[in-house]
Design a protein around this ligand. Sequence first.
Ligand SMILES: [Zn+2]
Length: 714
Amino acid sequence: MKRPLSSFLGTATLFGVCAALSLFLSEWILGSFYAAINYRTFLFYLALYLPAGAVGGAVLGLFLKLFSSVLSSRWIGVNRPSFLPAAVMFSFFYIYGFYYINEKLTARVGALAPLSLAADLAFLLLSFLVFRLVVALPERKGSAVLGFLEVGFLPLILLVGVNLRFFIWQPPHTQIPELVFGTIAFGLAGLAGAALVWLHAKILTASASTGARFASVAVMAAIVFAILVWSGTPSTASFDRTDDEFLAQEAVQKPKNIIWIVTDTARRDHVSVYGGQRQTTPSLEQFAQDALVFDNAISAAPWTLPSHASMFTGMFPSKHGAHFVGDAMFSTPLVPGNLTIGEILSAHGYNTAGIAANNAGLSRQLGCHQGFQYYFDGRPLVFSMFWGKVLLQLSDDFRIDELWVNEVCLATEMEPIVNNWLDDNADDGPFFLFVNLMEPHGGIAFVPEPYDSLYGFDRQRQQEVFKDFDADKVVFYQAEVTDEHRAFWNGYVQRKITFMDAYLGRLFARLKEKGLYDDSMVIVNSDHGELFGEHNSFGHNTDLYNELIRVPLMVKYPQAAKTGRDAKLVQTVDLMPEILAQLGIEIPANVQGQPIDQANHPVIAELFQQQHNAHAKRSPGRYYRDLRAIFGNVAGDSLKYIWASNDKAELFDMANDPDELTDVLQQRPLAADSLRARLGRWASSFKPMETKGQTRNIDKKELEKRLRSLGYIK
Ligand SMILES: [Zn+2]
């Protein structure tokens, strides 16, 4: 520590930059193996990491310089030559690991729960052990950068690698809580790194040439990267033996291509195929000429993850289990025990791809990639996790085109990915392409002109109209949503839908151009809708009213074999079995949906306790409850009964009151009893997927804070 302050600070700053670069490059290289990261994203995040590393290194250097005399040199080896690089490595290692442990792992038990605090402490001790091991290395000469590479680089890339792989491995099948498992994994990554650092020092003693030392670090890093990449390949072979036998069956009929497009959050009444005053979706109207248009399609759930999981598995949320509680990042994932349409079609020789704009709801972390040979989930998991939050603190609407700071991608960002995939794969045999588009959803505020200012949308006016607006008043005091507000919302969302529709027009044109349109089965539907003050509620993970679960659904069969309108009550869980039936592939026995022509199962939607909702914190009595809706005929009347775990059941007359404005439960108790009994029989007809009990004990305050920082709630 006898170096002058300036030299000491300079070295510490350099080490900080090296540490940040190590983290960044590891994230980028490993992230590239499962997400398309364009170079502008790379440069953008690089520009964030470098100054952060420099500032972090300088601050740490200053701290160490000022306090080194009072630190116990025996314990932390202040006077050892490896001290400074090891201290910088330790700091970056610990902060990075601490952030991800608390970001990803504590959700199920709460950040301040004893288990979480114990995990934080355990990780601190393990990190310190890593530091202590590498600081004890014998003295070596050479440049500062080489010094850092030899001491700090390998533990850092192992930490990043384990972080990324851990969330691809999805360890919920283990009995060990993820928090314990994850913390140990993070700590072991550091120890493995320290072991490599020691190995390196033993093999290449101080007398080795600088070139040999650089080369040996590079070789070790390459081996580490290779192991991490290899170990992290998402598995599609995750079903049990019965499924294997099932999948061994031959397809009876010559397969066709399947293209399945989900317009995330598009309300039925915002899609002009279903009427309305504006022609919001001219491309879909044209597409609908070739398709069978379903007037009464019901989604199994009112939010992204369970709804998609139901579409992919043909099962209702309580059976596939991907419905829990928590925010979008920490929901119970679709676990590998489920069999998905992607797995079945992959096993039948289909080339399968999922390209999803909704990262928050459909990320790999949530298991939605299961069965897809190619999967794009909206943005890299890595970069924007932390920086996205930092930037969202600066502005709710921060986004730079093609830099996925938000949770989601625009259709124009999806377009090249879909086009490239089609160009590369469409000629290689039958394929199943799933595309999720995100424009109608809340995360996207702006779309490019001329769409942005369609339907009278104006940012200035937005501020005026909503100057005195308080959604809480609507939710808690039943305040009216004015016509002006509603008109504004309609325009706000519909302009985004029209932007998305323009992309769909280009996609259909491209499919036709490539000769892929006529022979293919093309499905377009929404996963759920959205509430804009109806039923005194907002958002979409709140209720089971029709605005949320009665969704647009159009199915184009090969050669447009079926067209027109169909008023039959159908469900999005029927689409997976419908596809299999069209292909002549047997439907797995545990699938609850049925091919559309034969479907006669109860029409059901489910919602389990949600902390997603912006108002939930202030009104837990209203939103923290489980809901199940069943549609059915009783004494000739078409009714909908909504069961609620807080005893606030409702009954609506679908024929006379499709907007569910008048609860007739008091007037028709027998009808309600009848539907409740049907619901009970349905619920006891299968074994629900066990979701972990502790998932309900989330520290709500902590979770709200995280969701707010993600921009998910206001
Ligand atoms: Zn959704």
